[in-house]
Write a new protein. Structure first.
Lengths: 371, 371
C-alpha cells in the first residue's frame, strides 16, 4: 500500500497534516532522525519511541556498501533487519555520491555516476535504476528518486543541465520501481534559480510521485538565503495532497523557516553528530557541554526538558563523561538533541493547531539567537 | 549502616548467601559489572536492572583523576552523581597504580606510592589514607583497603615484604576511615605462597573488616593454578559471617572455580571490554561476532538467552554494526556479556540451592570448553 497524506489545516503556506504509512501514521510537520547504517547512532528503537520519534531516515548508499541490500532483503527488509517497526524513509544515495566523493574523481554520465567507495576506494557505479533496485530491496516505506546534487557554486548552465538530467533520471527510476508496498518521492532541484526550480517542480509533479522533496539545499557553502529561495521557488508548483520533504535540513531555526514555507518533513544528522562532539541544542542556542563552567553544575541540560537525559542526569555528570571520553555521553546527548527537534515539531504542530505559528516562531528564534 | 552478610547455605566450601546494603540486598554468589568512570561503559542503570545486575564496582583511581572525588561528593555521592540507586563497591586504586603504571617509573615507599598519571603523566602520590579519604567522599557502599599488588613474577622475599606492608597500610586505612554509612573490606595478598596467604589472611581478619577480598590474582602472567592456590590458601582463615570477594576475576570458568572454593563476589572488565571488540560469551565458549559466517545468520547470539540483545537482534545485524564500526554494537554486546555472567551466577545459586553445584559446574565447563 502507498502512503497517504492527509492535510488537516493550512496557515499561510504552512501545513498541518498526517502521513499514513504501512508502519503507522505520523503527524506533520515532523523531523526524522537519521539512521545511516540501519541504526540511529548509539540508540535503540525503544529510545526513539520514548522520545516520540515517529519516522526515521536511512541511507541507501551506506547500506548498499554495508551490509549490502541483499542481506537486508534476506533479513526480511530494513524494518526487520534493524528491529524497528515504525516508518522508514530511504534516500537515493545521490547526495552521498556527490558529498562523500567530493574531493575524489567522479564521472557523471547520462547513464549514472562512476565514483569510488569512501571506505576502500573501489570503483562504484550508481544509476537511477540501481538506486531504486537497492531501495526496493531495503523495503523502506518511502524511497527517493536518484538525483544529481550540484555544488553550491554551480552556474546557471550547469544547474539547467543538471535539472534536466535529474528529470530523466527520475523517469528512469520510476519506470524501474517495483515494490507495491513502497512509495516513491520525486526530487526538485534547480539551485536558488526561480525558473529552474519552477521547471524542475512542474516537470517532476507531472510524473505523479507519492510525494516531493526539495533537494540541493544542504550542500557545503549553501547560504540560508539560497535555501529559502529554493523552497519558495519550488513550493507553489507542488500539489497540496502530497507530502513535501526538505532534504538534509535540521537546524532548529531552519525547521521553522521550512514549515512556514510549506514543508512537512525534515531530516538531518546534526542532532546525533553534534552530540558525539559534546554539543547540545537548548532553547537559548547550541551549548558545548565540555565547558569548564559545567564542572559542578548539578542541574540538567534544560530544566523543563522532558527527555530521558534531562530527567536523570546533570550537566556535571555529562561533562565528566565527555571529558573522560565515555561513549555514554554521545548516547545521552543524542537522546536530548533528537528529542529537542521532535519536541520543536510538536510545539510547531500545536502552534499551527492553535493559529499562533507566527508568534511561536518569533519567540523561538528570539530565545534561540539571543541566548 | 554497615553491610550485613547472611549465609544461607554451604555446599563444601561453596556458599549461598545474601548481602544487605544501604542500597538494597543482593544474592551471592554474584558478579559485579565494572563502571570504571561512574558508568558501566555504554550502558545506563535501567539496562543493568533489566539484566538483573544488582551491584556494580567503580574505580577510585579513575574517579580521583576524573572528575575528582570532591565533585562526586558535592553531587551527593557516587549514587546520585551517576543516577544509580543500587549497591556500589569501590576498589582502592591499588591495582590501577600497579597495572596502569607498570611500564612507568613508580616508587613504593612506606608512606605510599609515587607514580605518574596514565592520562597526562603528572606526578601523583597515593597513600592508604588518601585512598580511604577518596572512597569516603565517593560514598560507595563498600570501600577497599589500599594494598600493594605485587607482580606475578615476585619472589618470596618481595611477597613477604609486600604482605607486611599491605597489613600496615590496611591498619592505616582503617584508622583513617570516616564514613558511618560505608563498609570497608580488607585485602588478602601473598601470591601463590601458602604461609604468606595464611599470614596475610589471619592478620587481616584480626583487624575485623566488614568483608575480605582476595587480591593479587588478576595480574598479567598470573596462572590459573596460582589463582586457585591463592584462594585455597586464604579461604580457611576467613570468617564465615563476612563476605568474600575475588578481585578482578570474571572469566565464566573462573567464577565457577571461585564459587567452589568459597568466593561470594566477583568483578571484571572482561564482559564490557571484549564486547567493544566484538566478542561474546556463549555457553560453547567465546565467539567473535565479526566472523564472516554470521553475515547472513538471522538467529540471535544464543537462542535461549533472555538478554535484550538476543531477544531483539540477529547475528547478521550485530556483525553489520561491528563491521561498520557502529558504537551500538558495543552496547548490545555489553548487554549480552554482562547478562551472561549475571545469569551464570543465577544458575550457580539455583544449583547451590538444589544441591547440584558440582554437576552444574562440570556440565557448564564441558559445554564451554568443547564448543
Amino acid at each position: 500500500m502507498k502512503i497517504k497524506y492527509e492535510l488537516l489545516k493550512t496557515c499561510g503556506n504552512a501545513r498541518r497534516g498526517k502521513l499514513h504509512t504501512n508502519h503507522g501514521t505520523f503527524e506533520t510537520p515532523m523531523f526524522m532522525p537519521v539512521g545511516t547504517l540501519a541504526n540511529v547512532k548509539t540508540l535503540v528503537p525503544e529510545e526513539l519511541k520514548e522520545m516520540n520519534s515517529a519516522v526515521i531516515l536511512s541511507n541507501t548508499y551506506h547500506l548498499w556498501l554495508r551490509p549490502g541490500e541483499d542481506i537486508v532483503n534476506k533479513a526480511g527488509g530494513l524494518h526487520k533487519f534493524m528491529n524497528y517497526d515504525g516508518p522508514i524513509l530511504t534516500d537515493s544515495g545521490g547526495f552521498q555520491v556527490f558529498s562523500l566523493a567530493k574531493n575524489k574523481k567522479k564521472d557523471i554520465t547520462e547513464e549514472g555516476v562512476h565514483f569510488k567507495s569512501h571506505i576502500d576506494g573501489r570503483p562504484l557505479f550508481l544509476t537511477p535504476e540501481k538506486s531504486i533496485e537497492i531501495q526496493n530491496k531495503l523495503d523502506s516505506d518511502i524511497a527517493m528518486s536518484f538525483d544529481e546534487c550540484p555544488p553550491a557554486s554551480a552556474d546557471y548552465k550547469y544547474l539547467k543541465n543538471s535539472v534536466e538530467r535529474t528529470l530523466r533520471w527520475a523517469k528512469r527510476g520510476k519506470d524501474a520501481f517495483n515494490n507495491p508496498n513502497q512509495s516513491l518521492f520525486g526530487i526538485v532541484q534547480g539551485g536558488p534559480i526561480e525558473d529552474l526550480r519552477r521547471f524542475s517542480a512542474t516537470e517532476t509533479v507531472k510524473m505523479d510521485f507519492d510525494g516531493y522533496s526539495i533537494g540541493g539545499v544542504a550542500n557545503d557553502g549553501e547560504s540560508k538565503e539560497d535555501m529559502y529561495k529554493a523552497i519558495d521557488y519550488s513550493i507553489p508548483y507542488l500539489p497540496q495532497d502530497k507530502p513535501r520533504y526538505l532534504m538534509g535540513v535540521g537546524e532548529p531555526i531552519d525547521i521553522l523557516e521550512g514549515v512556514e514555507r510549506g514543508i512537512d518533513m525534515f531530516d538531518c544528522v546534526l542532532p546525533t553528530r553534534i552530540a558525539r562532539h559534546g554539543n547540545v541544542f537548548t532553547h537559548h542556542g547550541r551549548v558545548n557541554m565540555r565547558n569548564l563552567k559545567f564542572r559542578e553544575d548539578f542541574t540538567p541540560i534544560e530544566e523543563d526538558c522532558d527527555c530521558y537525559t534531562c530527567k536523570h542526569y546533570t550537566r556535571a555528570y555529562i561533562r565528566h563523561l565527555l571529558v573522560a571520553n565515555e561513549q555514554l555521553a554521545g548516547r545521552l546527548l543524542s537522546i536530548h538533541n533528537i528529542r529537542f527537534l521532535i519536541k520543536e515539531c510538536e510545539d510547531i504542530r500545536n502552534a499551527l493547531d492553535e493559529d499562533r505559528f507566527k508568534e511561536f516562531k518569533e519567540e523561538f528564534i528570539k530565545n534561540y539567537t539571543n541566548k
